[in-house]
Design a protein around this ligand. Structure first.
Ligand code: 5GP
Length: 195
């Protein structure tokens, strides 16, 4: 069993709506040992894909994404949820993302200057639930005419449709930890074999 799974078992808290809170070690306070495991595992799986850029969405994807990008020695790019004054609307690739946890649709964007048709992009995110965030990033990559090298997910909630939607779109998905079921009444998590 990997270290991330151990931390989820020890410290994960289940919230209503099958939301797992793991912000004591992944997406608020961050355990560098978890990051090291994530970085090494994603590198090992995607190392032959000629990755030129790692893409995520702010804010919680940034920590794992920068670790992975450092390992590949390529830039990390994160989609922003608000357009800065320095970025003209016509200079951005924009897509809509529905947030599973916040229940709202928002636009995310990247500067067109940082994604080109020559890029082979590895998408990284902290969670995969319905696949909205990852599919939004895939849309941005495709707007740029670039290629998606794969999708790396820290925690996949396999009982939700995200993975299936990504695979239907022809994407290679690798998840560090897969969750088969969440029992909120008994605060129990069942894990799924494989990645
Ligand atoms: P999706 O877009 O795949 O429906 O959901 C993925 C996004 O929603 C992630 O970027 C993550 O921020 C958030 N998310 C989905 N499920 C959970 C969860 O159980 N816990 C937390 N903390 N975030 C989640």
């Amino acid at each position: 069993m990997g270290y991330l799974q151990k931390r989820i078992e020890a410290d994960g808290i289940i919230y209503p709506g099958n939301v797992l809170k793991i912000d004591s070690f992944l997406n608020h306070q961050i355990d560098p040992k978890v990051m090291k495991e994530i970085e090494a595992e994603f590198y090992d799986y995607f190392k032959d894909r000629k990755v030129t850029k790692v893409l995520t969405v702010e804010a919680s994807g940034i920590a794992p994404a920068i670790m992975v990008a450092a390992h590949f020695d390529v830039p990390m790019l994160f989609a922003k949820k608000a357009r800065p004054a320095t970025l003209k609307a016509e200079d951005a690739f924009v897509t809509d993302v529905y947030s599973y946890t916040k229940k709202i649709t928002s636009k995310v964007m990247v500067n067109k200057a940082y994604l080109t048709a020559d890029d082979s992009v590895l998408i990284i995110d902290d969670f995969l639930a319905n696949g909205e965030a990852s599919l939004g990033l895939v849309d941005i990559v495709r707007q740029a005419g670039a290629k998606v090298a794969g999708v790396g997910i820290c925690v996949e909630k396999s009982f939700q449709p995200g993975r299936g939607r990504l695979e239907e779109a022809g994407l290679d998905v690798y998840s560090i930890v897969r969750i088969e079921a969440i029992d909120s009444e008994n605060q129990r998590i069942t894990f799924k074999e494989g990645h």
